[in-house]
Ligand binder design. Sequence first.
Ligand code: SAM
Ligand code: DTB
Ligand code: SF4
Length: 375
Amino acid sequence: MAHHKIASMSITKHNWTKEEVIEIYNKPIMDLLYEAASIHREHHDPNVVQVSTLLSIKTGGCPEDCGYCPQAARYHTSVEGNDLMSVSQVKAQALRAKSSGSSRVCMGAAWRNVKDGPEFDQVLEMVRTINKLEMEVCCTLGMITENQAHRLAEAGLYAYNHNLDTSEEYYKEVISTRGFGDRLQTIENVRKTNVTVCSGGIIGMGESIEDRAGMLVALSTLNPQPESVPINALVAVEGTPMEEEKPVEIWEMIRMVATTRIIMPETQVRLSAGRMNMSREGQAMCFFAGANSIFAGDKLLTTPNPDVNEDMKMFETLGLKPQKPFIKVSQPTTVEAENSQFAPLDEKPKWSRPGHVIEKNLEASGKGKQSFNAF
Ligand code: SAM
Ligand code: DTB
Ligand code: SF4
């Protein structure tokens, strides 16, 4: 049996085409689920699900115009901005997350990109602190340079999250303040270190199946493929340009998860934002289709998420076990600030600013409303 299992191991393919991915996505559900579940159990324990806790260490006031995001300063959402959290606050939250079964803390900051200075130094200290708690540490801080990636790696960062979010074509309809190429560049910068890459996207933003496939092609042709791929269903937040988008159907989520699993067999596929709208049965189908990670805790970054006790009850019902930390990749060593090999370079990287007009974004922003009225 064991021999058979090894002989049938699918080899990771890095040249998926959009047509091939669309064909997989559109398979009859029974065939799609069977194929995805089979590949899933060749590469992972199907009864183990990794649990991450999100922590918004710097909320709101972001200068970008991402059409889905409640934290963009230009949209009128109910998100209240906060300054960077203290290291001791972060430590307390990480300990809470650990005791509720999380193996990873993912710290998010509403930044366009990281700037060298006291705030980044404070984030590095948060990374050191959480790594010393024997938890995997992930950060999502916007664009970073190679030097900043090395400094995060030295502090003991396990993963860096930077989503492609959608296809290169549809990206232009969602964000005008940076380009798709900037995302790829940051992922490349992370790849120069031992930090693992977490990159995925959002469905339900009005994109086509072709766009979903395009995003998956962009992710799966990265070599190596990202160690984790979050699949988010849009949380349509009032005040954002996407406030009126219809919630995605559970079948779309199942298809997206299954397709991701088939084309990226080794990756941890994370069932991310949008679980508030999913039944347990729907989520179970996603786990069967190859999702093997979730965000736990009653809040994502700014929007609600299922209660962690309810999630643990669901795990019990389904016979799922939370994954222990450092199973896939060993724990990084933390280098203290005073022993760092990488001094800040105070670079001024040339991230792009396409600046094209996205009507929906303009209308939703305060400025847009004023100029709209002026006509
Ligand atoms: N500012 C950094 C950046 O954009 O990379 C990090 C934080 S940002 C909030 C991280 C990710 O959250 C985005 O790339 C997007 O995939 C996801 N996200 C933001 N708002 C969302 C929403 N309303 N629904 C689903 N996912 C969302
Ligand atoms: C990811 O792919 N999803 C998370 C995490 N990475 C940073 C964020 C989801 C945010 C949902 C909207 C909110 O709560 O603000
Ligand atoms: Fe800012 Fe990130 Fe939100 Fe875009 S997704 S507005 S960069 S916090």
